[in-house]
Ligand binder design. Structure first.
Ligand SMILES: *Cc1c(COP(=O)(O)O)cnc(C)c1O
Length: 368
């Protein structure tokens, strides 16, 4: 049996360090904010090459509060990928603004920068690219368009902790980056967590106020804020895990490269990595026209896979109100129909990857 992802392995690997960190928080009696959160924020900002990091309750809130801090509100439009996890769109809707989808490059799965300008209107305020599956989006092209039109750029880094664009870590290429620490991410908590990184001190301060009931001074409320705080217990856990992130990402890179080589001549679409991208392989996603059969036969062979994601946001019932018909974003719809995420994670062994490659090759050659 090769599971899609082993969530218990990172704990077993770091059991002593994690148990110590948890015991330290529990016995400190400090359960909201405080030194554990401050320390993790400082470490994560440094890791990303950003000057500020603001911890929040989860990745969706990181996106939402960053957009609020950029003054996104009713009547505004935010450009989003047509293929992403629905959280990217929901953060925009929660501001009362409208997500305006742009199709991906079918080879990289990331937002096609050449299609952005056609989606800009006088109401556009922010471009929100996602570094999907752990691969950086084409930031220079996106930033050039944003500067030309006076738009802000918020990056969704929820799947890309540690990835690099042109040799520089993600964290502050655009105006801000929103991150998630959902347990299955490359840097995952033991529960929910999120953070925003930025080089903009004013933006960071606005998010600090928004996350804490709109308050800077206790019981003095400047704006109608939220309760969205990073838990000190999660911060302590994340501080331990952050030290191991590069090592875990290195393992993912070895496995990603092995898949790329082992499946290169197979009748299957594999991800394309531009020469400026250093992906961290949050997911390893292939495409095949008989995806469901491939998934079933891999499952019969004891190999776990997942579909990220089965339904694109514009076809979800939640977004029926935007009236995007079937066929309105054909590249995204095609990808959603054909994609399959193969097992990937730091707890895998190279032999496991080779077994998956072997099984995929046998199944695919029988299908074609
Ligand atoms: C996981 C994820 C989010 C949301 O993160 P949560 O912590 O679950 O709220 C946002 N965007 C993308 C692309 C994600 O993968």
């Amino acid at each position: 049996m090769i599971p899609f992802l082993d969530l218990k392995a990172p704990y077993l690997e770091l059991k002593e360090e994690l148990d110590d960190a948890i015991a330290r928080v529990v016995s400190s009696g400090w359960f909201i904010g405080g030194p554990e959160v401050d320390a993790f924020e400082a470490d994560y900002a440094t890791y990303c090459g950003a000057t500020h990091a603001v911890g929040v309750a989860n990745g969706l809130d990181a996106l939402h509060l960053a957009l609020r801090a950029m003054d996104v509100g009713p009547g505004d439009e935010v450009i989003v990928p047509s293929n992403t996890y629905i959280a990217t769109w929901l953060a925009v809707s929660q501001c009362g603004a409208t997500p305006v989808p742009v199709e991906p490059d079918a080879r990289t799965y990331n937002m096609d920068a050449s299609l952005i300008e056609a989606a800009i209107t006088p109401r556009t305020k922010v471009i929100l690219p996602v570094h999907l599956y752990g691969q950086p989006a084409d930031m220079d092209s996106i930033l050039t368009i944003a500067h030309k039109h006076g738009l802000k750029v918020l990056e969704d880094g929820a799947q890309a902790h540690g990835a690099k664009y042109k040799g520089k870590p993600l964290g502050a290429h655009g105006d801000a980056v929103a991150w998630s620490f959902y347990p299955g991410k490359n840097l995952g908590a033991m529960g929910d967590g999120g953070v925003v990184t930025t080089n903009d001190a004013q933006l960071a301060n606005r998010i600090r106020v928004l996350r804490n009931y709109g308050s800077r001074v206790k019981y003095v409320n400047e704006v109608q804020g939220y309760n969205s705080r990073l838990d000190p217990l999660q911060a302590a856990i994340l501080s331990v895990k952050l030290k191991h992130l590069d090592g875990w990402n290195t393992r993912r890179r070895v496995f990603g490269t092995r898949y790329q080589q082992g499946l290169a001549d197979c009748k299957l679409t594999i991800p394309f990595v531009p020469n400026w991208a250093e992906p961290v392989w949050h997911l390893y996603v292939v495409q095949h026209p008989q995806r469901d059969t491939l998934q079933k036969q891999l499952s019969d062979a004891g190999i776990g896979t997942m579909i990220h994601y089965p339904i694109p946001p514009h076809l979800q019932q939640a977004y029926a109100g935007l009236l995007h018909a079937q066929g309105s974003f054909p590249i995204s719809e095609q990808i959603h129909k054909n994609l399959l995420s193969l097992p990937m994670g730091p707890a895998m062994r190279l032999e496991d990857v080779d077994m998956v490659i072997g099984a995929v090759r046998v199944i695919v050659s029988a299908l074609s």
